[in-house]
Write a protein that binds this ligand. Structure first.
Ligand code: SF4
Ligand code: SF4
Length: 452
C-alpha cells in the first residue's frame, strides 16, 4: 500500500502492550493508527475539545477511537485499498474536523488529522479530487493570481441565486457567506511609519504573514507589527527565498494538507522553510498569527520529508501570543497599554489549544490594565477550515457552534470578542456576530488610548 506522508516517526512504535494490535497492512502508518489503546476516553463526557462530532451525535464511529477501529478493520482486510473506500469509514473520516483535540487530549496522542490527510491522499489517488477540494486547496494560488475572484465572492454572498449556483457546482452551503478577500492584500508599503525606536537589546523578530491574514484580514498583520514595534522590537517580514520561482507570497501549505494534496503541501512548506532558515540561523524568532499555520510548521510538516532544516525553523517559530508571553517571562516586554472599557470574551482556536497557547493568551490579556476578560469554555467552533462552508456539513457545523460558543456570545452582547483563528472568526460572522478580532488588534487598540 503506497503511503503519501512520512510515518517514520512511528517506526519504533509497537513495543509493549500499548501497540499490540498493529494492522497487517500500512507499515508505519498502521502503527500511527494503532497508537490508540482503546481506553474510550474520547467517548467520555467532559470539557475537552475531542471529539466534536461524537459529542453531538453520540455515534461511537465518530469518536477518535471509533475512527481508529474502522481504520484498523480496513487495514486488516484482505484488500485494504478497497476497504478504505468503505462508506462507514468514509463518513467517520469525513466528520473528523481535524481539530487536533485527540493529538493533545488522548492519552496515546492519536494524531487523527494527520491520519485523515493520509486517508484523503489515498482517496484522491483512487478517485481523484473534487472541484471543491481543488478550489479550497489552491486558495493560496488564486488569492494571489486571481484577485478578481474577490468581487465574484462578494457578489455570490449578496445573491441567493448565485449562492445556489455555487451549491450545485461546488457543493458549497448556499446559506453561508464565503470569506471574501479584502480589497487590498497586506503590503508593508501601506504601514504607518514606525514611531518607537528599535531597542538593540531586544531580539529581532520575523513576522510570517500567512495566506489568511494576508488576503482576508491584512489589518491583523499591520496591528501585530504596530504592537511589536511599540515594544521596541525590530520587525522583519518573511519573504520568499530568492531562488523561489513561484512568484507568490509564502504559505505553510495548510490548505493543501487539509484536502490531502500532499505533494503541493510539501512544496509550500519547503518554500517556507527555505525562506525562514536564514532568519533563524541569524538568531531571529519567527512569529505567526494563525495557530493552524504555526502548528502546521511545528508539527504536521514533520510528515512531509523536509529534512533536518525543518526542526531548526520549527524550533524557533512561535505564535504572536507565545512570543509576547515569553517576553513577559524574560522581563523584556514593555508595552504602553492603557485600560480598555468593558469586558472581553476570548475564544481559543482548537490548534491554539493543541499547542497549549491559551496560557500565553491569558498572560498577554492580563497585560492590559484592569482588563475584564473571560475565556469561553468551548470545543471546536464548527468552521474547522472549510467544513462549515460545505453543503453537507453546514448544519453540523452550526450545531457545533451552538454547543457553547454562540450561546456564550449571545449572553454578553456588549463584550468585545477576541478569536485568533481565521475560521473561528468566519464562523461567528457567518452566524451574525461581527465582533471577533485578533489579539493583535485588541493590543493595538490598547496602545496609548486611555479609556474614559
Ligand atoms: S483514541 Fe485515544 S482516547 Fe480514544 S480510545 Fe484511543 S487511546 Fe483512548
Ligand atoms: S481531530 Fe478532532 S474531530 Fe478529528 S478525531 Fe481528533 S478530536 Fe475528533
Amino acid at each position: 500500500m503506497k503511503r503519501f506522508l512520512d510515518w517514520s516517526a512511528y517506526r519504533d512504535a509497537g513495543m509493549g502492550d500499548a501497540y499490540a494490535d498493529i494492522p497487517k497492512e500500512g507499515g508505519d502508518f498502521a502503527k500511527a493508527v494503532a497508537a490508540c489503546i482503546n481506553s474510550r476516553q474520547c467517548e467520555a463526557e467532559g470539557k475537552q475539545v475531542m471529539c466534536p462530532s461524537f459529542r453531538l451525535s453520540g455515534n461511537p464511529n465518530l469518536s477518535t477511537g471509533g475512527r481508529v477501529r474502522l481504520l484498523k478493520w480496513a487495514l486488516n482486510s484482505p484488500s485494504p485499498d478497497q476497504a478504505l473506500a468503505d462508506p462507514e469509514l468514509a463518513e467517520a473520516m469525513d466528520l473528523c474536523v481535524s481539530c487536533k483535540g485527540c493529538k493533545r487530549e488522548c492519552e496515546a496522542n492519536v494524531d487523527m488529522p494527520l491520519i485523515k490527510a493520509e486517508y484523503l491522499a489515498q482517496r484522491a489517488a483512487r478517485q481523484g479530487l473534487s472541484w471543491r477540494s481543488r478550489l479550497f486547496g489552491h486558495a493560496p494560488r488564486w488569492l494571489h493570481h486571481a484577485r478578481w475572484l474577490g468581487a465574484l465572492i462578494r457578489w455570490r454572498n449578496a445573491s441567493p441565486r448565485l449562492a445556489r449556483l455555487t451549491r450545485s457546482l461546488f457543493e458549497l452551503a448556499d446559506d453561508r457567506p464565503l470569506p471574501a478577500p479584502a480589497p487590498r492584500a497586506f503590503t508593508a508599503h501601506a504601514l504607518p511609519p514606525r514611531t518607537t525606536p528599535v531597542d538593540p537589546a531586544l531580539p529581532e523578530v520575523v513576522l510570517l504573514v500567512d495566506t489568511f491574514s494576508r488576503h482576508f484580514e491584512p489589518g491583523i498583520a499591520a496591528a501585530a507589527i504596530e504592537v511589536l514595534q511599540a515594544g521596541g522590537y525590530a520587525v522583519l517580514l518573511a519573504e520568499p527565498d530568492e531562488r523561489d520561482s513561484s512568484e507568490r507570497p509564502l504559505c505553510c501549505g495548510r490548505t493543501y494538507l487539509a484536502q490531502g494534496m500532499i505533494a503541493q503541501a510539501r512544496r509550500e512548506a519547503a518554500r517556507l522553510v527555505a525562506a525562514l532558515l536564514p532568519h533563524v540561523r541569524a538568531g531571529r524568532t519567527v512569529i505567526g498569527l494563525e495557530a493552524s499555520c504555526v502548528l502546521g510548521l511545528r508539527d504536521d510538516a514533520q510528515a512531509l520529508q523536509l529534512g533536518e532544516t525543518l526542526a531548526e525553523v520549527a524550533g524557533r517559530t512561535l505564535l504572536f501570543e507565545e512570543f509576547l508571553a515569553r517576553e513577559v517571562s524574560a522581563k523584556r516586554l514593555n508595552l504602553p497599554l492603557a485600560r480598555l472599557p468593558g469586558a472581553t470574551l476570548v475564544h481559543g482556536h482548537c490548534h491554539q489549544k493543541a499547542v497549549g497557547a491559551m496560557k500565553a493568551m491569558r498572560k498577554v490579556l492580563k497585560l492590559i490594565p484592569e482588563h475584564d476578560f473571560a475565556l469561553i469554555e468551548s470545543s471546536c467552533c464548527g468552521m474547522a477550515g472549510t467544513f462549515g462552508l460545505e453543503q453537507e456539513h453546514a448544519a453540523l457545523s452550526s450545531a457545533m457552534a451552538e454547543q457553547a460558543l454562540l450561546p456564550a456570545l449571545r449572553a454578553q452582547p456588549e463584550a468585545r470578542v477576541v478569536a485568533n483563528g481565521f475560521s473561528c472568526r468566519q464562523q461567528m460572522r457567518g452566524h451574525g456576530d461581527p465582533r471577533p478580532r485578533h489579539l493583535a488588534e485588541l493590543l493595538r487598540d490598547a496602545l496609548g488610548t486611555p479609556a474614559p
